[in-house]
Design a protein around this ligand. Structure first.
Ligand code: M6R
Length: 370
């Protein structure tokens, strides 16, 4: 079943490109317009949506956090991310114009299920982004957008994450189309960028694996790691930190890079490994400059810098001890590639330490209790 790989996690990381590709398949009509078959909320109701609340847990919530940047930019409506287990206990403001998006790989996470039931009771429509056909969450939702990542066996979620981002981006572009917040050409451009991503992810798998393995060998004894990113790199940092703590049992924290000077920099000591997700240099170059200055600050305190950055980034070359390169891509698309070396890194760290990467201690694949 592992198809020649020595763990399901290894196999599933290598299915990241296919997961994105399959999630995009069959979602466009002949003219290239986005067509979401399984979404049975009528266009009129979609047009009226003025707010999105994503409810999810763990990795699925980070996929939602990535999508917030894209959807707010494309559709110009607020997108809130709420951990599903916090949601119904705070009396959230819901009405028929709020679309609640429940993201879940398994479709059986009890916290997420309870959140969506609460949302429907309050009169909101719920759309599920789910990887498991016929699971409870899609069955109880008004609409479902399946991720077609294929069954995910390893407890640590990998290919489902990139598929969830892809599906949420499709939803965003569909909403932009229905609400007319983007020109057709602009939508097509984003779709083309999305369609390019499987090839770019494959490039990372083909060319960066050796560097990741070497880095894991070098860092195997580190006691803790910090993960930092800005903009879409922030949820990627959170996801990288979660992967490493889940399967390598290493203490990690993910932060927004801008928070460094508001506290976390106190943790940085000589030799502390700090992982930076560095945004592309072009386009949002302000972001790039700010992340680089964060790198300089921790470097000055003797930290070991691991960077995920765009090929040829000279600033990164100057400061980083280890670099995992990404091929050039638009900022909003970068999480789809940037998470890949972090998945591989966590897996390699766990393997070096002799842990079962598919079945980490204390964790279950789907959490069916609240
Ligand atoms: O099946 P779900 O997507 O609803 O699961 C949500 C989380 O439990 C899940 O993502 C968890 O954080 C994973 N172990 C992450 O690798």
């Amino acid at each position: 079943e592992k198809g020649g790989w020595d763990s399901f996690m290894d196999k599933e990381i290598h299915e990241d490109p296919a997961a994105v590709q399959r999630t995009l398949l069959g979602r466009f009509d002949d003219s290239g317009a986005i067509e979401l078959d399984e979404v049975r909320i009528d266009e009129h109701d979609f047009k009226a949506i003025d707010k999105i609340i994503v409810v999810a847990c763990g990795t699925a919530s980070y996929a939602g956090q990535v999508a917030k940047y894209a959807i707010e930019h494309w559709v110009r409506i607020p997108v809130e991310i709420e951990l599903a287990h916090e949601f119904r206990y705070r009396d959230p403001i819901l009405n028929a114009r709020t679309l609640v998006v429940a993201i879940s790989q398994s479709g059986e996470t009890m916290d997420t299920l309870m959140a969506l039931r609460h949302a429907r009771e309050q009169g909101s429509k719920v759309l599920a982004i789910c990887n498991t056909q016929g699971a409870t969450i899609p069955r109880e939702s008004d609409a479902v957008l399946y991720t077609h990542a294929g069954p995910e066996v390893a407890v640590a979620s990998t290919k489902a994450f990139v598929a969830q981002i892809t599906a949420a981006y499709l939803l965003g572009l569909y909403l932009a189309q229905v609400k007319g917040t983007m020109f057709r050409d602009e939508i097509r451009q984003q779709v083309d960028s999305l369609k390019d991503m499987p090839r770019k992810i494959q490039w990372v798998l083909d060319t960066q694996t050796a560097a990741v393995e070497q880095a894991a060998e070098r860092m195997a004894n580190a006691q803790s790691f910090l993960f930092l990113g800005r903009h879409v790199g922030y949820p990627v940092a959170l996801e990288g930190a979660l992967k490493l703590k889940e399967i390598a049992y290493t203490f990690t924290e993910g932060f927004a890079a801008g928070e460094l000077k508001h506290g976390p920099i106190a943790l940085v000591d000589a030799g502390e490994p700090v992982v930076f997700i560095v945004p592309p240099e072009r386009g949002r170059s302000v972001l790039h400059t700010k992340v680089i200055s964060g790198i300089e600050e921790v470097k000055a305190r003797g930290a070991t810098i691991i960077a995920v950055a765009e090929e040829g980034d000279k600033d990164v070359q100057r400061y980083a001890d280890v670099v995992f390169w990404r091929p050039a891509c638009p900022t909003l698309m970068s999480p789809l590639v940037d998470v890949v070396p972090l998945q591989l890194f966590a897996m390699n760290m766990a393997k070096i330490k002799g842990y079962d990467v598919d079945k980490p201690r204390n964790l279950a694949k789907s959490v069916t209790v609240e």
